[in-house]
Design a protein around this ligand. Structure first.
Ligand code: NA7
Length: 545
């Protein structure tokens, strides 16, 4: 279509990552015409952009896979327990090829604005490249960690050396050999890349604001016990994941910490440490670890002991030990040689809690105590999570000319994390209010996509043209989210879950903490009770269910 003449489709999708690809496939199967608009030059989403050294999945890859097609599962074998970014990107390319998805994707195309046309009951999307799009339904599959944060530190423009962001790593790689490198940030991206950068660089200086808990990944082949469970009964294994709290098939733990002796707790912890599995250690040690500060502190102490045993310099070891948040309340990390890297003579840790960064200068970074000259600065400083990529389409204008940014001025309000009152026929995959970021994304994405596409098909077949949550339903979901948030410890940490990492962002826990299995049941109940909480309209019908 020429620029100016809108491309007409039933459903427009924004994003061609894990969620967007599956959406395209399901929408086509359901008989909808569709297009996906993708800013990047190819499929992959987060795995397209995050090409920094050491980028890997930190959910076991046998679990971090599509499960909708047994033939696809049979056609692909992962080479490692935790696949690298290039392998995951190859997998997503393989999926795109297998279902011929690229023909409906417009690459290099950013959606700049979206407007609901009340009379036509259609969304009008403006893009920065080619034709606008007119669609009945508009689905954002833009990911939760896809809008990198700006540097936020004075003087970046003055720096004469090279500057990289882990979330926008150059595709042809970066040669760090023999260079003096600074890494700012010690979240997953920093913790994965620091050991590899240290191996190449002449000297690496790590600027740490908040220490994070990290566990050894023990990467290698997929563990044989998990593989035999999967291969023994693939359908049951996948179903258990869908009904679980975090999207990985582990049973509910029932023993509580005070029922166990010190020795029993230590034995459980050592076993978990040896497994190298975040979801295992987050859910299988004792039942009170995620809900009670005392049960949680026992784990924090044991991990701090491990840090102390690994890092030789006591001051560095102390600086690496988290004390400000419960284990799991901030996203913990999986590492390969992270703590041991600080024993290298060419690595220095700068504790920003004691000496904050004052400025970046032409030659390096100045803190309250020192100036460090470097050739390269790597920002591993994270993302405007969950809402950043949604709000990047601006404005998204719903019914009555209201913009989503205005409606969310006090924080995101959604029904089920999937829809927003005042924004008919608008859906978010893994939006704020969904459990996605507290789970195995692959399981959450499939659930969200299946639910949305099944609803669109049912609405179409019943003659409805619009769907929108009621104000009451949305308020109820907000209340339920707030109630659930009191049950876990996530509220006790300043994190990207709460918006605390972005200066000026409204604070509040954004993910749903009730677990993916219970969340699935709620979504299913909404359907079985006649689309409870949604208003549906059509040419001949106007129904309030
Ligand atoms: P994260 O987890 O948000 O980590 C970002 C890190 O950068 C974290 O240590 C931040 O400290 C630090 N940071 C952010 N801004 C600054 C400034 N201005 N100055 C100094 N330090 C800063 O992002 P990642 O990319 O590592 O990981 C994102 C998710 O991807 C991860 O959770 C997994 O789910 C996969 P802070 O903790 O805010 O004090």
């Amino acid at each position: 279509a020429a620029s100016g003449t809108a491309q007409q489709v039933d459903v427009a999708v924004v994003g061609a990552g894990f969620a967007g690809l599956y959406l395209l496939h399901r929408l086509r199967q359901a008989g909808f015409t569709t297009v996906a608009l993708e800013e990047a030059g190819d499929v992959g989403g987060t795995w397209y952009w995050n090409r920094y050294p050491g980028a890997r999945c930190d959910i076991q890859t046998i679990d971090y896979s599509y499960t909708f097609d047994p033939e696809l599962e049979a056609a692909w074998a992962w080479s490692e327990k935790y696949a690298t970014q290039p392998e995951i990107l190859r997998y997503l390319g393989f999926v795109a090829d297998r279902y011929e998805l690229r023909r409906d994707i417009r690459f290099g195309t950013k959606v700049t604005e979206a407007k609901w046309n009340e009379a036509a009951e259609r969304w009008q999307l403006t893009t920065d490249n080619g034709a606008p799009v007119s669609c009945r339904h508009y689905i954002m599959a833009t990911g939760c960690l896809s809008a990198p944060k700006p540097p936020e530190i004075d003087g970046v423009k003055d720096f004469k050396g090279e500057v990289y962001f882990t979330g926008r790593w150059p595709h042809d790689g970066v040669n760090l050999a023999g260079k003096r490198v600074a890494v700012i940030g010690t979240g997953s991206s920093g913790i994965q890349s620091i050991p590899l950068i240290a191996e190449q660089a002449a000297h690496l200086t790590v600027f740490q604001r908040t220490p994070n808990f990290a566990l050894p990944a023990h990467n290698g082949p997929a563990p044989s016990d998990r593989m035999s469970l999967l291969q023994g009964d693939r359908a049951a294994y996948r179903e258990q994941a869908r009904q679980s709290m975090a999207g990985v098939p582990y049973p509910q733990q029932t023993a509580v910490s005070w029922q166990l002796s010190d020795a029993e707790r230590r034995a459980r912890f050592e076993e978990a440490w040896g497994k190298g599995d975040l979801v295992y250690i987050l859910t299988q040690l004792w039942a009170d670890q995620a809900v009670d500060v005392d049960g949680n502190k026992l784990i924090c102490d044991l991990i701090r002991e491990k840090i102390s045993a690994t890092v030789k310099d006591p001051e560095t070891a102390a600086a690496l030990m988290p004390h400000d948040h419960p284990f799991g309340a901030k996203r913990p990390c999986l590492d390969t040689n992270y703590y041991a890297t600080y024993n290298r003579p060419n690595v220095t840790l700068v504790n920003l809690r004691q000496e904050p960064i004052k400025a970046i200068t032409a030659t390096g970074i100045t803190t309250a105590r020192r100036s460090v000259d470097v050739d390269v600065i790597v920002f591993a400083t994270g993302f405007d999570a969950m809402t950043g990529a949604i709000r990047a389409v601006h404005p998204i204008t719903g019914r009555g000319g209201k913009s989503l940014s205005d409606v969310w001025a006090q924080g995101p309000q959604t029904y089920l994390g999937l829809t927003v009152e005042g924004f008919p026929n608008f859906f978010m995959i893994t939006g704020p209010g969904s459990p996605s970021v507290l789970s195995n994304m692959a399981v959450s994405i499939e659930q969200h996509v299946d639910w949305v596409v099944d609803r669109l098909r049912a609405l179409r077949d019943a003659g409805f043209t619009t769907i929108e949550p009621t104000e009451t339903a949305q308020a109820g979901w907000g209340q339920h989210m707030a109630d659930c948030s009191m049950l876990t410890l996530h509220r006790l940490a300043n994190t990207w879950y709460t918006g605390a990492n972005v200066p000026g962002k409204v604070q509040g826990l954004m993910p749903y903490t009730g677990g993916v299995g219970p969340y699935r049941s709620i979504c299913d109940e909404v359907v079985s009770r006649g689309m409870l909480g949604f208003k549906l309209t059509g040419p001949k019908v106007a129904a309030q269910c």
